[in-house]
Design a protein around this ligand. Sequence first.
Ligand SMILES: Nc1ncnc2c1ncn2[C@@H]1O[C@H](COP(=O)(O)OP(=O)(O)OP(=O)(O)O)[C@@H](O)[C@H]1O
Ligand SMILES: [Mg+2]
Length: 263
Amino acid sequence: MSDSMAPPPLGGEPAPPGRDDELLRLVAHLQRAREAERAAIARQLHDELGGLFTAAKLDATRLRMRLQSGQPAPSSAKKQQPGDDADVLYRDAADRLSHLIEMLNAGVQFKRRLVEVLMPSSLTHLGLVPALERLIEMQREEPSLEVDHALSNVELAPAARLTAYRAAEEGLANVRRHARAAHVHVDLRVDGGHAVLEVADDGLGFDPEGPSSGGYGLLAMRVRVQADGGRMAIISRPGQGTRLSVWLPLAEAPASGFSAGAD
Ligand SMILES: Nc1ncnc2c1ncn2[C@@H]1O[C@H](COP(=O)(O)OP(=O)(O)OP(=O)(O)O)[C@@H](O)[C@H]1O
Ligand SMILES: [Mg+2]
């Protein structure tokens, strides 16, 4: 390797000015691209797979009705062989069709859940508060964790709304994965021209200044929030629970950055 190809020494020259900004912009861009991809996949799943399931269910249901009434569909009508027990055959086929319809229904449910995880439709159709309520409802599947909330309506631009939702998602996922908490509170309110979203638990806590755990959820969220003109803070100490707070500029406010001192 020639000298010109040698890697810079560790802890060597400082990064050229603007490099951090560029990296932050790149990360924010990648996050936006990821959301766009998720939205496109969710749309296709909903439209294409949803259409296929609906058509298949309709056919299966029609066929079952014909079989149950003892009338084979004209296209599948066959001359009965002597000794055929048509009743038994029809009942057996109707049972199999019922099972097929059950499986199709399970497929529809699975597709719905997948679409919701990829891109919460409630967020687009109903707004942030109902989407957060639904997200919180899903946490209740874990009986050992008590979740409560105080959610006020806030006016946010669509990108910031999705960021707030993703922040709640990440915060709650972290509580489930790391906190061993008994209780978590989700709060959404307006404070000084910003929407404030908080996820606060009473679990194990951690040292936010400590060595990296290798996870990127919080770091990625911080960059994303900054890209939307907001800021994020984590207050935690071992044994004292964790509070994740995100401030995002309200839709009316200029999204030009977080004003100093508003905390
Ligand atoms: N609510 C919490 N309670 C206790 N520890 C937490 C909590 N939130 C985060 N942590 C700690 O901070 C670390 C970093 O969290 P972060 O979300 O960035 O990464 P991760 O959850 O480990 O991985 P991922 O990239 O999948 O999010 C975690 O590994 C955990 O040690
Ligand atoms: Mg995480």
